[in-house]
Design a protein around this ligand. Structure first.
Ligand SMILES: Cc1cc2nc3c(=O)[nH]c(=O)nc-3n(C[C@H](O)[C@H](O)[C@H](O)COP(=O)(O)OP(=O)(O)OC[C@H]3O[C@@H](n4cnc5c(N)ncnc54)[C@H](O)[C@@H]3O)c2cc1C
Length: 559
């Protein structure tokens, strides 16, 4: 591990603006803002733009609030504390810097469109007021701008091409140690904090979900893991301690129907439900009361929410994983399917997203195939509300709503079904639903993967369609996953659990699930629908080829 470069560190009274990177370890913005500061105020601004159930679902909001509590605890252990201000950053931060006589502000660089506009507005206002601003790279293994320079602003759209850039970059920098002691913050008592905030923000402090207008989550809802750096690092390290598992990790062989289950510190699985194990914690999932001894995992690491909010540094993940591989003396799986391969997919999407105009749209996006997707609200609502009549799809969509997380291959299945597999609905609609409901919703990864799954970019084998019936059966013959998320099917014989409409009426009645009454009939005939989708995409691809040929001829003519 290394320490931050001292020459770049900010001096005087500083403000560290947390957004993602909700951690004290390996946090370049925090290091820069604190190393030589005489006093430093860590701040998180609870932006009303995000605090809406229609934009950020309750599961993700709860995870964020838990992560903020943990960050505050980490900072307090180092002699500082987190001040959570409520309001628009471009209003609140300039006011705060003026009132608090701040010399410089640091934050982590963010490539998301909303963040870019927000950060430019904040930077403009602060710099006009003479406050120095610095954005540090920390959300990815490499500085995305440096990577873009290496590929001359034109990111590769293949994983192989991406690795050529990685080779040019060399190994990611070593992580920065967490500081043992931080400079004092601007207020040291409740009274002083109150005075500090007056005239800066209307409200402050870490609210509850209900304070923000969210419905409370039910006992069986929420991501089965408490948010925050403490839990993120604990999970990472317990995961990395399973060396054999790490060495053999092959993403396509992991099981999308494995539910979160307890794994004790010794590595033995416990037959408890995630919610039983997590029962020791408060409704808000306060990290300090989590008390869970076990690690709740599905068949992959489920670290994605911790990566999304930056509770775990990607560089720590990378270097600690590399150390495990070293111990395994090269006997381990390799990218693209290995665990390191997964971290690199994340990096790949960040690079392409940062270098592609209109990355989150079909129109005006140079890497995205133009496909005449349908805009059918009724079909979309059936998909979104787990009412398609295909139990595997509906069970996965129920898990998404309830827990805010889905295995990668379950994401594949529901995304394929919505777009090129069955319904032919625009990937942007599916992307929006994921963006609201996923705890790990991440702009670059979500858009990139939706384009992949809909065969709009990166992957073009549109004739390979996931069957909403046969796919999950391979992993879970008796349909335990489906029975769990759709209890209406719990007594359906295994033979019919993935296609209950085929069960004779007396069997349906006996199982307490009559199709069309207790559970919907399928909204499409899968074989006919998927054939139509394949034909329609073939036509769109042919048009794309023709358009490219015409563009090529025009280019030649003008040369
Ligand atoms: C349609 C669709 C939408 C998706 N949207 C998101 C999203 O919004 N946020 C998100 O984090 N992931 C997204 N993914 C990618 C992937 O499904 C999740 O990252 C993964 O399932 C998270 O589980 P895990 O942490 O157990 O992954 P692991 O397999 O344990 O991988 C470790 C880490 O590598 C990264 N990673 C893994 N797979 C991918 C991938 N395909 N692309 C990019 N990074 C990856 C994640 O940070 C993950 O936490 C999406 C996939 C699909 C098909």
């Amino acid at each position: 591990m290394s320490v931050a470069s001292t020459s770049a560190a900010a001096k005087g009274r500083t403000l560290v603006w947390f957004r993602k990177a909700l951690r004290v370890h390996d946090n370049p913005a925090l290091s820069r803002g604190t190393l030589h500061a005489t006093a430093c105020q860590p701040v998180f601004v609870l932006d009303p733009w995000f605090c809406q159930p229609s934009r950020v679902g309750a599961n993700r909001m709860r995870f964020l609030l838990q992560s903020l509590r943990d960050l505050d605890a980490q900072l307090r252990a180092r002699g500082s504390s987190l001040l959570v201000l409520h309001g628009e950053p471009r209003v609140v931060l300039p006011r705060a810097c003026k009132k608090w006589r701040v010399d410089s502000v640091t934050w982590e660089h963010d490539i998301e469109p909303y963040a870019k506009i927000r950060d430019a507005a904040v930077r403009g206002a602060l710099e006009r007021a003479g406050v120095e601003c610095h954005a540090a790279s920390g959300h990815t293994l490499y500085d995305v701008d440096e990577m873009l320079e290496k590929c001359k602003g034109a990111p590769p759209t293949t994983y192989q091409g991406f690795f050529k850039i990685v080779d040019k970059m060399g190994a990611p920098n070593a992580p920065i140690d967490a500081m043992e002691k931080m400079p004092g913050s601007f207020a040291s008592s409740d009274e002083e904090t109150k005075a500090l905030v007056q005239g800066v923000a209307d409200a402050y402090g870490i609210p509850t979900l209900e304070d923000l207008g969210y419905e409370p989550l039910g006992d069986d809802e929420g991501f089965p893991g408490v948010g925050g750096e403490t839990e993120g690092l604990r999970r990472l390290r317990l995961m990395l301690a399973r060396k054999e598992w790490i060495g053999q990790f092959e993403k396509p062989s992991t099981n999308p129907t494995t539910r979160f289950h307890g794994l004790s510190q010794s590595g033995k699985t416990k037959p408890k439900s995630p919610f039983e194990i997590a029962a020791g914690r408060s409704k808000d999932g306060d990290a300090s009361t989590s008390g869970a001894e076990a690690l709740m995992i599905p068949s992959t690491t489920a670290l994605s929410p911790y990566m999304k909010f930056g509770c775990v540094s990607p560089r720590v993940f990378y270097h600690e994983l590399t150390a495990v591989y070293k111990e395994l003396e090269g006997k381990h799986s390799k990218p693209p399917t290995s665990l390191m391969g997964q971290l690199m997919w994340r990096e790949f999407y960040y690079l392409v997203a940062a270098g592609t105009k209109n990355f989150d749209k079909m129109e005006g996006n140079a890497i995205c195939r133009q496909i005449p997707w349908k805009k059918d609200r009724e079909l979309f609502a059936a998909w979104e509300n787990a009412q398609t009549g295909f139990p595997w799809i509906d069970a996965a969509m129920t898990q998404l709503r309830r827990e805010g997380w889905l295995h990668h291959l379950a994401r594949h299945a529901v995304a394929c079904f919505l777009t090129r597999g069955d319904l032919f609905i625009h990937w942007e609609w599916g992307r929006d639903a994921f963006d609201r409901d996923l705890v790990d919703a991440d702009w670059a990864l979500n858009n990139g993967n939706w384009m992949w799954l809909s065969c709009s970019a990166f992957f073009y084998q549109y004739f390979r369609v996931y069957s909403p019936i046969a796919f999950a059966k391979k992993y879970d013959k008796d349909g335990q996953y489906v029975r769990h998320y759709l209890p209406v099917l719990k007594n359906m014989p295994s033979k019919y659990v993935y296609e209950p409409w085929l069960a004779p009426l007396d069997v349906q009645k006996k199982a307490g699930c009559v199709v069309g009454v207790d559970y919907p009939a399928p909204i499409v005939d899968h074989s006919a629908a998927s054939k139509r989708c394949v034909d329609d995409i073939a036509t769109a691809y042919a048009a794309h080829k023709d358009a490219n040929a015409v563009a090529g001829k025009k280019r030649k003519a003008s040369d």
